[in-house]
Design a protein. Sequence first.
Length: 246
Amino acid sequence: MPAALITGSSRGIGRGIALRYARDGYDVAVNYNSSEDAAYEVVDAIESETDSRAVAIGADVGDTDAATRLVSETVEALGGLDHLVNNAAINDHRYTPELSPERFDRLMDINVNSVYTITREAVPHLQASDEPEGASVVNLSSRLAFAGAPYEPHYASSKAAIVALTKSHAEEFAPEIRVNCIAPGYIETDMTDATNDEADKAERRETIPVGRLGQPSDIGDAAAFLRDAGFVAGETLQVNGGQMMY
């Protein structure tokens, strides 16, 4: 089977993408940093619900050596690499006066530098893929890349950088590798649940034209589309229920 690496896929959006790829017939490397038990739960779900193989690989993608090792271990375990999803990221709600340079750099290491490093390491393997529509890279940005966020300026900046990196890599690696991006809106995950109560969710729901909050499976559907869309490259797909149309 063709193989996919999904970074940060033990929980939330990454988990949703990993499950979707597995259901579509792809072997999946499930990457985690600290959530080892959750990663193995994803592996168990994939192997019990689909015919795909899955492997859990621990790596702090913000560390260059660990990010490089993640790719090599994926290729060794799955026999190659055909698709990459750069999903791993952290958030940090801080206004600029409370935001230290060290925290800024750490977030950039995980949210931006890891995408560069992992993609660079994956390119030779992706170029060797024999997928019908070619290999693909899907990067995860955010609607905040376009809207900004005064309470997390480093996060919004990191996600804007992903959009530019996507366009740059799309042109650099074409035609063998298609590189695209997803900019999710509000997606319900355990991370958002920790910082939003039901009143917060109701208020957010009022701003979304489709009338509901997003789910990880919505991003999984978008990633699968970009993976298979052979004539789409360098694009950022807004997946936010229509929130950014205004």
